[in-house]
Design a protein around this ligand. Structure first.
Ligand code: PLP
Length: 446
């Protein structure tokens, strides 16, 4: 059983409610598959035991092996263009027939086209690219580049942050569940309290003094590593906060690394989350949806003048310039641009936020609703009537929603994080909100 303090990144996997869900809603055939999964895969937190087994996915839906469909408001943040997007699949088929793999000593047109496109798309002077097969590896390359470029090794990042599950990324990450008990982490990874949500006050500067204090006292920070908008619990500091961090980095010779692995590509109603603030980092990490919900694909885009690591291997991944990953990424960018998905995310996101705010009047346990683009967080508090803990209500609500056909993630033990595909229809969005509404009503009536 996970401790309450460990409930940071995702749902509770080993719990009586999970057992109940499996007993009640998962067929013996599906259970057999889950048992085989448990038998042959190494067990790890947040993945074992699995929730269910899937058979197919398409558009906004995932389908389990028992034929039940769920609107997927989780999707591990890979499904900006929806599952099985026909243009992504077509591009992959074409690439599969010509150049399915590119040994690292060679380049290929698909990869060069993607790098050019990302350089043109990225804000400010970000125009040099490296590709990788995972978001954690993009962050890892950014950390190495910051060391080489500054000649320093220390970083400032936030308690509670998640930047991937590799040893270097859990070092800059701040989640106890990933960091504790695993032995020595990277030296010089300094943590400060995260900024609070600005609650509409763009001038809010919560906790920024702590960064200034560390920078002044240490004097040799290589980089500040941060998510400009925290994806898991949907926390958004104000513009003034990031402008001040930018200014501190410039003053102290540190680089600003923005981890936009889950939030780039329109999720927040802008192509890149940092565009909300007018703050350009020195290195931007992207991933997740870049692979079109099919391929593992990530990238760093750095300031052109940081291209000074010729003598080092920053990535050197076997699947570095993956033609398949790049074909998926190019098709994804086409879909986002041609279908106006960034604007759609902004407009539908505003509608989603309104509808979720309206639920606050109906359910006394909703403490706060936060959202930007098609990324929303419904933070629950203790039920004032019964004293029931937020974590229990959140977990029960998750299973009640699953029973009604909606999948999402619970972050920090008490925030329902809702991140649908940007291609979601108005009807699907309405249906999802109605499911949350009915599920909260059911859970609170118990
Ligand atoms: C903010 C952030 N950074 C990095 C990562 C790591 O990405 P990946 O799982 O592709 O390694 C994640 C994954 O959830 C993330 O949310």
């Amino acid at each position: 059983m996970q401790k309450q303090t460990d409930r940071t990144e995702g749902d509770v996997n080993a719990s009586p409610l999970r057992d109940h869900w499996l007993d009640e809603c998962v067929s013996p055939e599906a259970r057999a598959l889950l048992d085989e999964d448990s038998r042959y895969f190494l067990h790890q937190s947040l993945s074992t035991p699995c929730l269910n087994a899937l058979e197919s996915c398409g558009g906004s839906l995932i389908r389990d092996v028992d034929g039940r469909e769920y609107l997927d408001f989780h999707g591990n943040s890979v499904h900006q263009v929806g599952y099985g997007n026909p243009r992504v699949i077509e591009a992959l088929k074409r690439q599969l027939e010509t150049l399915p793999f590119c040994p690292r000593r060679y380049t290929n047109e698909t990869a060069v086209t993607l790098a050019r496109r990302l350089a043109q798309l990225a804000p400010g002077n970000l125009n040099k690219v490296l590709l990788a097969p995972a978001g954690a590896l993009a962050v890892s390359m950014a950390l190495k580049l910051a060391r080489v470029a500054t000649g320093r090794f220390k970083t400032v990042s936030f308690w509670g942050a998640f930047h991937g599950a590799t040893l270097d990324t859990i070092s800059v990450g701040g989640e106890a569940m990933f960091r504790s008990g695993i032995g020595p982490l990277l030296p010089g990874a300094i943590h400060v309290p995260p900024p609070e949500d600005c609650r509409g006050d763009e001038s809010a500067l919560s906790n920024v003094d702590q960064i200034e204090c560390v920078m002044e006292h240490e004097g040799d920070i290589a980089a500040v590593v941060a998510e400009p908008i925290r994806c898991t619990d949907v926390t958004r500091p104000g513009g003034a906060y990031w402008r001040r961090v930018r200014e501190l980095c410039d003053r102290h010779g540190a680089l600003l690394i923005f981890d936009e692995v889950p939030t780039c590509l329109g999720r927040t109603g802008r192509m890149f989350a940092c565009e909300h603030y007018g703050v350009v980092p020195d290195i931007l990490c992207m991933g997740k949806g870049l692979g079109g919900g099919v391929m593992p694909m990530a990238a760093v885009i750095a300031r052109g003048d940081l291209d000074a690591a010729q003598a080092y291997s920053l990535g050197h991944f076997t699947h570095e310039k993956s033609p398949m990953g790049c074909a998926a990424a190019l098709a994804t960018l086409d879909c986002i641009e041609e279908d106006g998905l960034v604007d759609r995310s902004r407009d539908l996101g505003a509608k989603l936020l309104d509808k979720l705010q309206a639920l606050r009047n109906r359910h006394r346990c909703i403490r706060e609703v936060r959202g930007i683009g098609l990324l929303a967080g419904v933070e629950l508090g203790e039920d004032p009537a019964t004293g029931r803990a937020a974590g229990d209500i959140a977990e029960q609500t998750l299973y009640a929603c699953l029973r009604r056909g909606l999948s999402f993630k619970v972050s920090g033990g008490k925030t329902l994080t809702l991140a649908p595909p940007l291609t979601i229809t108005d009807e699907e969005l309405d249906r999802a909100v109605a499911i949350v509404d009915a599920s909260l009503a059911e859970v609170l009536a118990q």
